[in-house]
Ligand binder design. Sequence first.
Ligand code: SAH
Length: 247
Amino acid sequence: MRMRKSLGQHMLVNRRVIERIVSYAELGDDDVVLEVGCGTGNLTAELLKKCRVVGIEKDVRMIEKLKKKFNSEIRLGRLELVHGDALKVDFPFFTKFVSNIPYKISSPITFRLFKHKFKMAVVTYQREFAERLCREDNRLGVIARSYCSPEILEIVKPSSFRPKPKVESAVVRIKPEPLISVENKELFEKFVSFAFTMRRKRMGKIVQEFNSKFGFSIEIDSETSKRRPEELGAKKFAEIVDDIRTC
Ligand code: SAH
């Protein structure tokens, strides 16, 4: 028997998990779902029962399989397939984002999603990534809070995938309702990113370095200056940045 070349991709095969993912998205007739990385189309099929779907898939072999499997849905205009890299092609119009994404693009695809208008996203991530997204002791989680409210809905065991991955996964619901408000988003992201590259240092030192490197004059109270970035929380970061005056 010839071995198929491994793609390093894990297909979600547990029907009950797939059905729950679809129900979390609360899809109505009017919704248009964007699915990134349709793979063999297990999730796609379940989504198509509820509404129109646009899928972006990079692997041409998968595209060929999907075209056969969903021949009639494509003809009816219920499914549209885009062959391309979801990090590069323009996102088509969609109202909700539901995907078991390829884990290696978790971070860039999530930030890409944040730049779009959407009603809700239900995304299956690697568990570790999902947990970081939902906490506020790291760059990803802090910045995410300025765009949305993320929430882990369930943990998915490796046995729900084929082939079985080594790690656990988690289904996250993302509502586009920011948990914190920030006036200067660009500066917020720059400052938060800077702080977390020096996570061992205290905020006093970090602010000093940020000021001298970029010409700002941020001032923080002595209590805050003793803390490390991971102890600050998203709200405090936002307050600091919205206080910034350029020199
Ligand atoms: N959603 C399917 C498959 C998940 S595996 C399921 O749940 O079973 C991830 C899929 O994403 C694979 O089919 C892979 O070819 C595709 N993929 C990987 N990188 C991609 C990218 N940058 N853009 C679009 N699709 C990608």
